[in-house]
Design a protein around this ligand. Sequence first.
Ligand SMILES: O=P(O)(O)O[C@@H]1C[C@H](O)[C@@H](CO)O1
Ligand SMILES: O=c1cc[nH]c(=O)[nH]1
Length: 354
Amino acid sequence: MTDPRFERNEMMRTDQNHNNDEDETRYPDGTVKLRNPNIELMDQDILYHLALGSESHDLVEMFGDVKFVCMGGTPKRMQDFADYIMKEIGYKLPTGTTLQDISRYSYRYSMYKVGPVLSISHGMGVPSISILLHEMIKLMYHAKAKDPVFIRIGTCGGVGVDGGTVVISDGAYDPLLNNYYEVPVLGKLTSRPAILDKKVIRELKALADVEDPYETVTGKTMCTSDFYEGQGRLDGAFCEYTETEKLKYLEHLKEFGIVNIEMECVPFAALTHHAGIKAAIVCVALLDRFNGDQVSTPKEVLNEWQVRPQKLVAKYIKRHLQMKGKFSLDGHGSMAVKSPRRFKLVQQESQTFE
Ligand SMILES: O=P(O)(O)O[C@@H]1C[C@H](O)[C@@H](CO)O1
Ligand SMILES: O=c1cc[nH]c(=O)[nH]1
């Protein structure tokens, strides 16, 4: 017999499986169009959790040149990434200045801007990243940023992959192995497909160095709303299943193609896709969940592992700046074109991504 609660839920579901029509999410010049007609009618849009506003700040001047929005759980990781990408792309801050946390007065998220790169923390879990995504997508709209790419730089638990392995997600699944994001809106479940950009994934994979002393793999990622029971751990405050049941569950995930578990991929993939923004996720596994649950690797080793996704994403960013013939940046974020010969070479190299 059908469970009446299930029938009710089905009746109350709105599926948004439409293809992403570019007209709905892009202006002809590539700037981000919002799927919300209310915003342009508002006198001012306060991006409360970023401590920014469309009237209080000149968002076009501040963020109009953004091409890459990188997100990760912790403020420290994203500050480190900002410092790292600054060196990698040769960006120079104006003399006498240091990198500032642009969102420091929100006391929620930390955001750093290094020329065309934004590096911002998203906190832990679905609600935290979804609030940030709403505001970051609106920020890109207000700033008139053209074709920004969003990349999550994270950590995860491996499913059959060793600690230290870098995982590029090629699918985002919830714990019931659905690849859509379900969120109650006005009392109805709204369902949005969680889709990452295939081309960005391919490019990232192609940039992994075979000489690296660790593996970089692609695979499906599962998103949970809890670190302990939600991920089948035996070491939470509660546990009402056996180790055998846990291992059977992990085997089931592995057979489905899940290679890692984290807590943000589904809303990240779904909200970026709904906004017509290309997105990818690169995480480092902190352990293989078949071998345990506790994150017991020494801090120094974990710190080195966390740099691995950053290196790959930095390569991607550098490659794209080079493809545009833009890889010398001054403190104001303007980019100078290097020699035409170098530009030609880089263009040829980049064809391997097509
Ligand atoms: O980006 P991070 O490393 O924060 O992502 C994962 C998923 C959770 O937010 C958190 C749990 O430890 O790590
Ligand atoms: O096991 C892990 C490790 C990091 N993040 C998670 O969500 N799970």
